[in-house]
Write a protein that binds this ligand. Sequence first.
Ligand code: ATP
Ligand code: MG
Length: 398
Amino acid sequence: MMKIPDHILKVLSVLENNGFEGYLVGGCVRDAKMGIEPHDFDLTTNATPYEMLDIFKDYRIIETGLKHGTVTVVSDGENVEITTYRIDGEYLDNRRPEEVYFTRNLKEDLSRRDFTVNAFAYSPSKGFVDMFGGEDDLKNKIIRCVGEADKRFNEDGLRIMRALRFASCLGFRIENDTSESIFKSKYLLKNISVERIYSEFKRLVCGVDAGKIIKNYIEVFAAANERINDCADLFAENAKKIHKIKTGYLTRIAALFYGSKKDLAKKFMKDMKADNYAIGFVSDLHRLSFCKIDADKISIRRLMGDFEDEFILSLADLKGIFDSDFNRDSFVKEYKTQKDLNPCVKLRQLKVTGQDIISFGIEKGPRVGEVMSEVLNAVIEERCANDYESIKSFVMKR
Ligand code: ATP
Ligand code: MG
């Protein structure tokens, strides 16, 4: 029924041969049922962590989080995470349970999971377990909380972002009570770390239904990050087009801010504690989105001097979708031509050094750099060839 790799089957049979239950659980079962290859396999069992240490004593074991019931068993060289059936204790901070309790009852473990389509279990010997109507919801493409939505979002506000992410990525709609509760509970996102919000947001913007979800839940996103309030209408409008962007999540984020006020994208990325590369990438895209980008060889060479390949392709993608004056096809064609020609576009590609410039009669100091830049400009514009003699006579003639 479900294709399971041998190293996982081995772990499941160790559990069963020792009298315990073992199931695949969560996302991998959902994905398999949808015909998507699971990217990882989570296992759950009624064995306690210490019982696992005992029955897997012939295996290499990593004590990942004994307190939370998680043990990693190395099976055929692969890490397999197994977690004891668990009930979460009181949630006092809308984030994490104060304590977790182990249980021997699978249903109790499934009931703490966020959405019905994430609350399946499967074992080759026992088949599918669906105690919360996940099968129907999966068939009807619905994201629905397990249990009472208000309560579930109150326990863990991140589930709001997860609901939106799953809806966007799976192309599901959000069931009414769950949806209403998302709006009602949006203020809880204030208690959630930006890193966790951003990691959901990154995935969400790449989803098949990203545009629809962002537009329909714009006030929820604005509650997660108040910068969005400064451009909410534009953000929602731009969202309608982001499915056309093929160059990755950073271009998609820049697209959402397209045309919004200066620095807003950069501030957003900083709020989200994105890494410096991502902050630079998005804020440069946002900045350049206000500039006219020409498709002639000289303009393209200037871009090549300032930016790497990936960025230029993202810029073309973005402009091609949002700027009707930009001719994407002729830009990309000329860009490819220039890349093949590999022209000199950077100072360090010049065939002279600062020492050479001095030997051509330029006084040591800041003038050397200025003259180098003039030379580069002339080389890019083909007013001077990039070889020692040509540059020498260019500098002497100035
Ligand atoms: P994917 O790995 O594709 O993002 P997933 O459903 O496997 O999707 P994980 O974050 O890997 O998501 O979590 C594994 C499972 O753990 C989920 O399917 C769900 O059952 C449960 N889970 C994860 N996070 C939460 C949460 N915040 N609240 C309740 N249950 C959760
Ligand atoms: Mg997973």
